[in-house]
Write a protein that binds this ligand. Sequence first.
Ligand SMILES: C=C(O[C@H]1C=CC=C(C(=O)O)[C@@H]1O)C(=O)O
Length: 359
Amino acid sequence: MPSPKKIKFSKLERLLGEHRGKSLPFALFRNPGEEEIHSLLQNDRENPGFTGGDQKGFVFAPFHTGASPTLFLRPDQAYRTPVPGGAACAMDIGPRPDTEAREIHMGLVEEAVREIRTTSLEKVVLARRFSLPCTLSAVEIFLRLCQTYPRAFCYVWSHPDSGTWLGASPEQLMEFDGTRGHTDALAGTQPAAGFVAPAWSAKEYREQQLVTDFIVEKLREAGLEPEVGPTRDERAGALWHLRTRVGFQADADAAAGLVGALHPTPAVCGQPRGAARDYILGHENFDREYYCGFLGEVGRTGPGSFRLFVNLRCLQLRENSAYIYTGGGITADSDPAAEWDEIQHKSLTVLRALQNSPD
Ligand SMILES: C=C(O[C@H]1C=CC=C(C(=O)O)[C@@H]1O)C(=O)O
């Protein structure tokens, strides 16, 4: 990978304009807490695939490998650009009420709760996709996400084999520096009213604990020693989640193998995983494609290193419209109306960047 050249935003926009004109792959991302945009551009349309080892670049993987390919971007050009200031979105916009969609989602949740109460399925994450008109450019939306969510992993990914996706993810799948790594168990959701963390119910703790237990089990199966941290409240835009960080020591091969073993975790799929995945594929009326997949930079801080995030709070940009994806974990105690409210709240993360003109 060439070492990234520092360029101004206006120059980046020009380069991207030319690149997009030729339908060539690129990824722009801003790491949590950073004030710099990283841009990686590939000069052809080849997909080298994600092979691990000494690879350097950016991976974009689907929820379910059967349906969409795992894509890998080789960075022929790499740039660093300060995030330009100014366009954060106001927080006062809400999703449009949609009675029919609400009924459908509540029906799905009711059916899943029945399944959970009568079978070995413990948790399943059920999602919804909806579209709305959008004429903003990908870069414009990306900037709004960066400026509005300084603690999220914000990205835009564009590839002829996947289309254009954007998001502001609060969830790290795994970070690994060559010897040490960690992964996050993130689940449980409540709307944020101010900066005081909410009180959590037993249902939310249980939903999140399932994710931590799954991660611990996968680490042990890989012969690694999980270092489980405390469970904390985590603010993500206008939401709170519960997060437990699990650290480990590993070599590069073991860490790469762990990515495959962990994905998709019960935070985006369910438990037991096979039954939850079958349930999702059989009941959701759309293809998740890259929603609930993972993405991130590979090989930047050394051979075998990576920093991967779960593709949540995301959208797919189409011609003059956007598909928004949002889901939530269903357990035996789930209340269908509350689950609907939860996914409506989650959709606000990207809706704000689409609907609100910052001018
Ligand atoms: C599946 C999503 O969120 C996951 C991550 C955090 C909290 C979640 C929850 O409370 O259900 C979900 O597991 C989504 O945002 O579409």
